[in-house]
Design a protein around this ligand. Structure first.
Ligand code: SF4
Length: 294
């Protein structure tokens, strides 16, 4: 039996039931894909449902203001994703729903991974959206590389044609790989339970017990942090948005104390000002003298 057939058989029994797997609607799939960037599946499930209640279509989302989407996105983090999603909806309303991977990618805000995901999951095209999961599984399976990296994507892409079945549920293959990567082919894989173990080039290495598992297989993103602050700036920017959501008249000095219990007016004032400037520049908030609003 071919590897993808074994994988799909495993997936039918062990695959996760996720709301965005029950639809072929490109809008809903795009919402899930954008939310899943940098956020875990369990958290996304709740936000995904609520978002669709509020913005159920391209049109509804396209008509939303910055404040509408930032409020609805509250709690998911990386708020720029909310504005990017709304901007994509505006392009779709204007130009129509793309039907090819290339056309998806021509929209501002959609990269190669998301374009391939939309083609595969919404439009049932034979393509593999290569993310960290697919890279890990196929990089190990085909090339025996224990911890594949971005440089392997080109040769992994070349294998797409032979890995994906020509007929049947080939569009389920990427989802099946995601689940295999989450449940079995993890950083320290459980090859003994894997449906690909009979011909995976990395299986014998892992099964020998001689592979050293690194603490982190991908480098930590280089996030900006101000002096001895506990969290990266991203967390404090999220807190500023939270304050601005409920209080439209906020002095940036008071704001410092609200977002950080250790705020020091001398050492941190400029830091808060810079974060506000960045939020203004990103279109997240508006500033008039000492008033901030969404
Ligand atoms: S056999 Fe092991 S390394 Fe290969 S795909 Fe399966 S879990 Fe990953």
């Amino acid at each position: 039996m071919k590897p993808a057939a074994r994988l799909l058989r495993w997936y039918r029994v062990h695959g996760r039931i996720l709301p965005w797997r029950q639809t072929r609607d490109p809008y809903k799939i795009l919402v899930s894909e954008i939310m899943l960037q940098q956020t875990q599946v369990e958290r996304v499930k709740v936000f995904y449902r609520n978002w669709l209640k509020e913005f159920g279509s391209w049109k509804k989302l396209a008509a939303a203001s910055n404040a509408d989407v930032i409020i609805a996105w509250a709690g998911l983090g990386y708020n720029r994703r909310a504005l990017a999603l709304r901007d994509i909806a505006r392009q779709v309303v204007e130009q129509g729903v793309p039907t090819t991977e290339e056309d998806w990618q021509s929209l501002k805000g959609i990269g190669p991974y998301t374009a391939a995901a939309l083609s595969a999951f919404a439009q049932q095209k034979r393509t593999l959206p290569i993310d960290t999961n697919i890279r890990r599984v196929l990089g190990r399976y085909y090339f025996g590389k224990t911890f594949p990296d971005l440089k392997d994507d080109i040769r992994i892409r070349r294998k797409t044609e032979s890995f994906l079945p020509k007929r049947g549920h080939y569009y389920d293959v990427p989802q099946a790989i995601f689940d295999l990567a989450t449940m079995i082919c993890t950083k320290a894989p459980d090859c003994a339970r894997c449906p690909l173990k009979s011909d995976c080039k990395a299986a014998s290495k892992f099964l020998s017990g001689n592979v050293k598992i690194p603490k982190r297989s991908t480098p930590k993103p280089n996030e900006r942090k101000h002096r001895d602050k506990r969290y990266p700036d991203r967390i404090y920017r999220g807190r500023i948005l939270k304050v601005v959501r409920v209080s439209v008249r906020v002095d940036s000095k008071k704001l410092g104390a609200l977002i950080d219990p250790h705020f020091d007016a001398m050492l941190d004032y400029k830091w808060v000002e810079n974060m506000i400037d960045r939020l203004v520049k990103d279109g997240m908030i508006k500033r008039t003298k000492n008033t901030l609003s969404l």
